[in-house]
Design a protein around this ligand. Structure first.
Ligand SMILES: Cc1cc2nc3c(=O)[nH]c(=O)nc-3n(C[C@H](O)[C@H](O)[C@H](O)COP(=O)(O)OP(=O)(O)OC[C@H]3O[C@@H](n4cnc5c(N)ncnc54)[C@H](O)[C@@H]3O)c2cc1C
Length: 284
């Protein structure tokens, strides 16, 4: 066993079922979506902010590193415990605590799956703008950790533009709120600094997210180009033109030739590049 005293204290605080330390249990937590690999000494699965705080305080006292983890889809290696220590897996904390359609805010635990939030918002004609392509599986806490965006970031911005407040456990185990329930609270924007900090500044235990209306109408266009240079010039021209689509995604020829035979969506195989352009607004 890695550090018996550490494991025992974690088990006392979180219960034996929520502290993993056997090698066969740890294997699944030694990677994310990068090629990096490193095994934690222990995995804890907290069920509340107080349990996160307790685990961080214990790890801090034992001077072992703590690495928060959502679904492990990150592309920067941030959830890989390169120095070992405790992986704090936030997936049990997956409740939508509040969805207020009048004030258009939602209060979320960090393990809420992005798409689950989108589905609940849609029942009220609302959406949460950050929509990473991994939204079926990635968590709201991981989205804050990576300042995730998505296809619609072009017009709507990334996570930092849509998170109003964050409850966070600091490295010594203290629990505090940064930001609030409305934008631009007075004082330095510590909430903003946390977005994209990859779990290095604190562990997100709640998020107050701003919601926006679903668009009345959406149209998607396919633009076909002879070369990637032509497609790139078109992107610049569209942005210079001042009418910003909500999404512009480019596929080059290599990607088209991989995707089209599998998906049969109608991309011309001889195109140098294509642009998928999405606009939203009121119907004609
Ligand atoms: C197929 C695919 C498509 C993707 N598409 C996009 C995309 O369109 N846009 C985009 O931005 N990214 C995309 N990603 C990357 C990834 O899905 C996002 O970065 C996502 O936000 C990670 O969420 P996660 O729950 O998997 O976090 P993890 O990978 O578990 O963690 C990511 C980082 O956040 C930290 N973290 C996790 N939870 C917390 C917490 N509670 N408190 C503090 N820090 C925490 C971790 O320590 C780590 O540094 C994609 C990945 C894949 C595999």
């Amino acid at each position: 066993m890695a550090n018996e005293a550490l494991i025992r204290e974690l088990q006392d605080a979180l219960g034996e079922a929520h502290v993993l330390h056997l090698p066969e249990d740890l294997i699944g937590y030694e990677y994310d979506a990068t090629i990096e690999r490193a095994r934690p000494d222990a995995v804890v699965l907290p069920g509340s902010a107080e349990e996160v705080a307790a685990a961080v305080e214990i790890a801090s006292r034992h001077r072992v590193p703590v690495v928060p983890r959502g679904s492990g889809t990150g592309l920067a290696g941030g959830a890989v415990p390169v120095l070992g220590g405790v992986a704090l897996v936030m997936t049990r904390m997956n409740r939508i605590l509040e969805l207020d359609p009048v004030n258009r805010v939602a209060v979320l635990e960090p393990g809420v799956i992005n798409l689950d939030l989108q589905d609940r918002c849609a029942e009220h004609g609302l959406r949460y703008a950050p929509d990473p392509s991994s939204q079926r599986i990635c968590t709201i806490g991981g989205n804050v950790g990576t300042n995730a965006g998505g296809p619609h970031t072009l017009a709507h911005g990334s996570t930092v533009n849509h998170v109003l407040g964050i409850e966070v456990v600091l490295p010594d185990g203290r629990l505090t709120w940064l930001g609030g329930r409305q934008p631009d609270v007075p004082g330095p924007d510590l909430r903003g600094i946390l977005c994209g900090s990859e779990g290095t500044l604190g562990i997100v235990t709640k998020v107050c997210a701003a919601l926006v209306s679903l668009p009345p109408d959406v149209r998607t266009m396919l633009a076909i180009f002879d070369s990637i240079e032509d497609a790139s010039e078109a992107v610049s021209a569209v942005i210079r033109g001042g009418v910003l689509p909500v999404a512009m995604e480019m596929l080059d020829q290599a990607i088209i030739r991989i995707v089209e035979p599998q998906m049969h969506v109608g991309y011309p195989l001889d195109a140098g590049a294509v642009l998928l352009i999405e606009v939203e607004g009121v119907p004609e």
